[in-house]
Design a protein around this ligand. Sequence first.
Ligand SMILES: Cc1ncc(COP(=O)(O)O)c(C=O)c1O
Length: 365
Amino acid sequence: MAHRTINFNAGPSGLPLPVLERAREELLDFAGTGMSVMEMSHRSKEYDAVHEEAIALVRELLGIPAGFKVLFLQGGASLQFDMVPMNFLHGDRVADYVVSGRWAETAWREAQKVSGAAARVAASTAGEGFRRIPRQDELALTAGAAYVHVTTNNTIFGTQCRHIPATGGVPLVADMSSDIMWRPFDVRPFGMIYAGAQKNLGPSGLALVIAREDFLAGARDGLPSMLSYRLHAEKNSLHNTPPTFSIYILRSVLAHYKALGGLAALQARNEEKGRVLYGAIDAHPGFYRGHVTEKADRSVMNATFNLPSAELDARFVAEAGKAGMVGLKGHRDLGGIRVSMYNAVTVDQVKTLVSFMEAFVAKNG
Ligand SMILES: Cc1ncc(COP(=O)(O)O)c(C=O)c1O
C-alpha cells in the first residue's frame, strides 16, 4: 500500500483514501470508454451520468427539498464573494454581513467593492481577535435586507457557528467552505449556500452552490453570463465546460460519505474527534492555549492553539512532521498550531496526534 501521511492541512486537505483509489482505478478507462473522465466531452452520456449523480448525492445527503438548485461553479469560494453582491445586492437593497473571521471580513469587503455602503456589518468580533462568534443579541440586522451573510466555520481562527442566526425571514447566504457536510442541517432558511470544495468535498477551484429558486428569482438581469447564478442554474452548470474531473472527484467523495452512513455518521465521527482533541487541550491549559474563548464556539473542523513560545510551536510542528503528521502550522495571521480535522480525517488519526501532544507536553511542559 502507498505511504500515506496523516494530513491536517487546512485546505486543500486530505481526500478519503477510497476516493483516491477509485480515481486511480478508473483513470485510464472510465466506464469502459478507454478514456479518463478528463478526456471526454462534457456533453457525453458518461460524463452526464457523473454530473447528475453528483447533484443527486448533494440532494440526498443534505435532504434538499424541491425548490432548490445545486450548482457546480468555478473560481472557488472567492468568486462567490463577488457574485453574491453582483447578483443580489442591487438597486436600493442592503445586505448585512456577520464578520466572524478573516474570510467573513473578505466577503464583506468584496461586497463593498461591488455595492458600496449597501454592504453593512451586522456585527464583528474583529476587535476581540475573532475568538468567538457574534451572539444573536449583538446582530444589528436590517429589516427587509436582501440577505444576511454568515460564515459558518472560521477556518483561520477555529470558531464554528453551531446556531444559525434568526433573521426574521431575511434569506441567509452562507459561506460553508470549511464545514459543509460536517453534519446534517436544514437548508430551508438559506437563500444560498456556497462552499469551496477543497476541504470537505473535493479539489480546489470548484465551488458547490445551493440556491433557493425564489431567492434566485431576485437576481439582477443583464450580468455577464459567467457571473449570473440564474444562467448557471438554467444551464444546469453546463453553460461552458465545467471542471469535469473535479466534479467527478466530488461525486466520489459524496458516494463515499453515503457508504459511511451519510452525514449523521460523519457528525458522530467529527464530534468524537473534537472531544478527543479538545480534551487534550483542556487537560493542559497552561501549555496548549486555545485561541477560542467561548467553548461553545470551538470548531470541530479547525482547532487552534498556541504553545508557550513560538520556538515551542516550531518544535511541535517539526517533531509532528517527523512522526508523519503534516499541516499543523497555524495560519500566518495567528501563528501557533492549527489542527484541521475535516471529514477525511479519522478518529484514529486524531488519537495519534493526541498521543503525540501528551508526549510533547511531558517532555517540554
Ligand atoms: C471559510 C472560507 N471561505 C472562503 C475561502 C476561500 O476559498 P477559495 O480559495 O476556494 O476561494 C476559504 C479558504 O480557505 C475559507 O476557508
